[in-house]
Design a protein around this ligand. Structure first.
Ligand code: PLP
Length: 394
């Protein structure tokens, strides 16, 4: 039987994050939910703001044909206008117009569309390791090779020199993600400027165009640090956004791609984004949730609850002697494994009902990711198990 082997391979092998989450669910059914400390998934535990429910209730009063009908492929015009106005208020006049936005089923679709819009077969796309594992799938499905450039091993900011070393004449794009999953770092303005300098210098030397794809589902979730606007640092940027985390709506699948007006290839990229959406079948994002994000795009994310979890987790783990990267954003803690093999460390954790994700699936050895978008009680109640795990190495 001749089928697409690449698609078969992606479907037949689960992501390790999902495998651990499935194990966690089965284990909870066996021994009770309170006995299992599942830190695997990035599924927000905080309810959506009330404004989301109010917006849905208002929309439900619309005539059904209007409420449930097809929208234009890139989204409803009034929705794109409101989102563009919000971006201009936050990032300055001229940050976006309605025509620069393409609404999507979340950041996953935004990334796939952006990559399909710029990549040709045989191109290379650089990702900053450690990275969200699906990047490799989306890059390869767009026909490019996925090339890893390690982040700075101390700060986990972008190592601009490592990116320089990874660039070849075939490099078409660099994907960055700040606030970062899995590390929790937020790239500073200086760090982005250093990356932008390298990209411009290499573009000039090689006579190529290199796009920066900024994946920003965690933009609203930061802890007292500024999250710089990437198009201000580098013109040839596309921004991918999602409301999965900021409004706790991951199951509703809503986000957007922005081709900023300052992008020098803007006039060809806007149709290329629309064309990528068309060819992938990613048109006309969920109509009800287009209306919801138009109503709620300026509602602040409930960062307080994550900040409280972050504080409890970092305080608890540092008292037990664990080393970790101080998270500046998102809701993940990057913890140094207590032995070089993160998978072996994970197995010991698992035997104590602790379920972090080993770093190997993020393209890096020796760490685990602890997702703290769980309940506060899960974090507090997990501490005896973290203690036992540390003691088992003494
Ligand atoms: N990019 C990163 C870094 C993520 O962590 C996630 C989801 O966890 C996504 C993209 C996909 O987000 P969405 O649910 O909006 O498709």
């Amino acid at each position: 039987m001749s089928i697409n082997e690449q698609s078969y391979a992606y479907g037949a092998s689960k992501s390790s994050i999902r495998e651990i989450a499935a194990y966690g669910a089965a284990r909870k059914a066996q021994i009770g939910a309170e006995g299992v400390f599942d830190f695997s998934l990035g599924n927000p535990s905080i309810p959506s703001p009330d404004a989301v429910r109010e917006s849905i209730e208002r929309s439900l009063r619309l005539p059904p044909a209007q409420l449930h009908g097809y929208t234009p492929a890139p989204g409803l015009p009034f929705v794109r206008e409101r989102l563009a106005a919000s971006l201009c208020r936050r990032h300055g006049e001229g940050a976006a117009t309605a025509g620069d936005l393409y609404l999507t089923c979340g950041a996953a679709a935004s990334l796939s569309i952006s990559l399909h819009a710029v990549v040709n077969p045989g191109d290379e796309v650089i990702v900053i390791a450690p990275y969200f594992p699906e990047y490799r799938v989306w890059v390869e499905a767009a026909g490019a090779a996925c090339v890893e450039a390690m982040a700075d091993p101390e700060t986990f900011q972008i190592d601009a020199e490592a990116v320089r070393d990874a660039i070849t004449p075939r490099t078409k794009a660099v994907v960055i993600n700040s606030p970062n999953n899995p590390v929790g770092s937020v790239y500073s303005a200086q760090n982005l400027a250093a990356l932008a300098d390298v990209l411009r210098e290499r573009e000039g030397a090689l006579g190529t165009a290199i796009y920066l794809v900024a994946d920003e589902p965690y933009r609203e979730i930061s802890y007292g640090v500024e999250v710089p606007w990437v198009p201000a640092a580098y013109d040839r940027t596309l921004v991918c956004y999602s409301y999965s985390k900021s409004l706790s709506l991951p199951g509703e699948r809503i986000g957007w791609v922005l081709v900023p007006p300052t992008n020098p290839d803007h006039d060809r990229l806007v149709p290329a984004v629309a064309g990528a959406g068309r060819s992938l079948g990613f048109v006309c994002a969920p109509a009800l949730f287009q209306r919801v994000v138009a109503d709620c795009c300026d509602v602040p994310a409930d960062v307080e609850a994550y900040a409280r979890n972050r504080e409890a987790l970092t305080r608890g783990l540092s008292e037990l002697g664990y080393r970790y990267i101080e998270p500046q954003g998102a809701f993940y803690l990057w913890v140094k494994a207590l032995e070089p093999d993160a998978n072996a460390f994970f197995e010991r954790a698992k035997a104590l009902e602790l379920l972090p994700v080993p770093s190997d699936s993020f393209g890096c050895t020796g760490w685990v990711r602890v997702g703290y978008c769980v309940s506060y009680e899960t974090i507090v109640n997990s501490m005896p198990a973290w203690r036992k795990l540390a003691e088992s190495y003494r």
